[in-house]
Design a protein. Structure first.
Length: 107
């Protein structure tokens, strides 16, 4: 039997979590697009909220709210520091390869 649900029911059920995910996706979009023109911002807002709406529609039967606990936040921060450290190390390795005249590399 069809129900009379709208796409906004998922947002209404978990407004805080939905907004958090939409804002995080928008921030990621702005970082990746590397532009703050109004077209990029408007496109990012549209895509992030549409994606969140559709995701809420897919998971409409689940009553679980979106949330983060302290353990996830600590692990995410730890992961970001490890990732940054590995990127810095990789940059030094590449710089050493490129700047060393005795290494047998040719473009």
């Amino acid at each position: 039997m069809p129900s009379n649900r709208s796409l906004l029911d998922g947002f209404k059920r978990d407004l805080g979590g939905s907004l958090l995910i939409a804002v995080l996706m928008l921030a990621f979009w702005l970082v990746v697009s590397n532009s703050l023109h109004w077209q990029h911002i408007l496109t990012g807002i549209f895509i992030s909220f549409l994606t969140t709406l559709l995701w809420n529609e897919i998971n409409a039967e689940e009553k679980v709210k979106t949330g983060f606990n302290c353990r996830q936040v600590v692990r995410t921060i730890r992961y970001l520091f490890c990732l940054l450290w590995e990127i810095i190390k990789a940059n030094f390795v590449v710089a050493g390869i490129v700047l060393n005249p005795r290494l047998p590399i040719s473009p």
